[in-house]
Design a protein around this ligand. Structure first.
Ligand SMILES: NC(=O)c1ccc[n+]([C@@H]2O[C@H](COP(=O)([O-])OP(=O)(O)OC[C@H]3O[C@@H](n4cnc5c(N)ncnc54)[C@H](O)[C@@H]3O)[C@@H](O)[C@H]2O)c1
Length: 285
């Protein structure tokens, strides 16, 4: 089937080697300098629980028009509790490791709301074990979700922003393990995936700045989610925390949300290509 006219324009713009016309992100003279997501439609991958759900809650508390969770698993109790408070929180079943699935989800958002302003590439996984034990399939699984998933989510969202002429914002969830090892739970491949995520944001930000698209990342430290299951199993955790220094506790996922809101909002119109580490200075990272 031949592509629709809009698809042709989008792919021409994305594939062209000619410099794109500069879409300036500078706010107009009537800009409301309040940090807000009013009128913004945001999609967050892996927002049915954990950090993604925390980001969703803070986006909704800061007036986002619609927030979509693109998640592989069916929504659970946590999702529905938040949805009860904010009926403008929706779920689209999505596998971020499949481009067709991501494209379908983004198209559904645009069909339902007429737009998409922000994409948070947050879905990710880890595997904790000594480096000497890792086998290739385990690395492939980690890179497929954490790196390829984030990359294609960003690419597909950017194409849609360009097609719609929207000055979109992309935020990726990296990790403090992109800078330093996690002494509590070793995973060399995971740290490598998160370093890739943080790194790709610089180049994507540079390449897409002419389209008015900003790309940034956030690097959380220890956050209380299913991913930090090992904390509960560690009877000497309090001592470890004292040893690590900094704030002797894990973060609530919502404590990261303000940074995502800022990066998704027009208040950060000149902020692109950066990483914000949010780690309570634990481990003097
Ligand atoms: N928890 C931490 O301490 C911590 C620290 C630094 C970075 N991170 C990063 O934060 C992000 C979220 O982690 P979390 O702790 O909330 O984990 P989590 O396991 O609680 O949540 C991950 C979510 O992603 C979804 N998901 C998994 N595979 C998917 C796929 N193929 N397509 C769509 N969704 C998929 C899961 O269903 C789940 O809802 C991850 O990228 C993780 O690496 C977490």
């Amino acid at each position: 089937m031949p592509p629709a006219a809009t698809e042709t324009v989008a792919s021409d713009a994305a594939n062209s080697t000619a410099p794109a016309p500069y879409l300036n992100t500078m706010p107009g003279s009537d800009f409301n300098w309040q940090v807000t997501l009013a009128k913004k439609v945001v999609a967050i991958t892996g927002a049915n629980r954990g950090i993604g759900l925390g980001i969703a809650e803070v986006c909704l508390a800061n007036s986002a028009k619609m927030v979509y969770s693109f998640d592989l698993m069916e929504p659970g109790e946590d999702f529905f509790t938040l949805q009860k408070q904010y009926p403008n929180f929706r779920f689209v079943q999505t596998d971020v490791t499949t481009e067709e699935s991501v494209e379908k989800a983004i198209n559904q958002v645009v069909e339902e709301t007429g737009r998409i302003d922000g994409l948070v590439a947050n879905a990710g996984m880890t595997k904790h074990q000594p480096a000497l034990k890792f086998e290739r399939p385990e690395l492939e699984k980690l890179f497929n979700l954490n790196v390829f998933g984030a990359y294609f989510c960003a690419q597909i969202a950017a194409r849609k922003f360009i097609e719609l002429g929207i000055k979109g914002s992309i935020v990726m969830t990296s990790s403090m393990t992109s800078y330093r090892p996690n002494r509590a739970a070793p995973s060399a491949p995971y740290g490598a995936t998160k370093a890739a995520v943080r790194n790709m944001c610089h180049t994507l930000a540079m390449e897409w700045s002419h389209h008015g698209i900003r790309v940034n990342s956030i690097s959380p430290g220890f956050v209380r989610t299913a991913m930090t299951y090992y904390v509960e199993k560690s009877p000497d955790w309090d001592i470890k925390m004292q040893y690590y220094g900094g704030m002797p506790r894990l973060a609530d996922p919502r404590e990261l949300g303000g940074a995502y809101v800022y990066l998704l909002s027009d208040a950060s119109s000149y902020t692109t290509g950066i990483d914000i580490p949010i780690a309570g200075i634990v481990g003097a990272w």
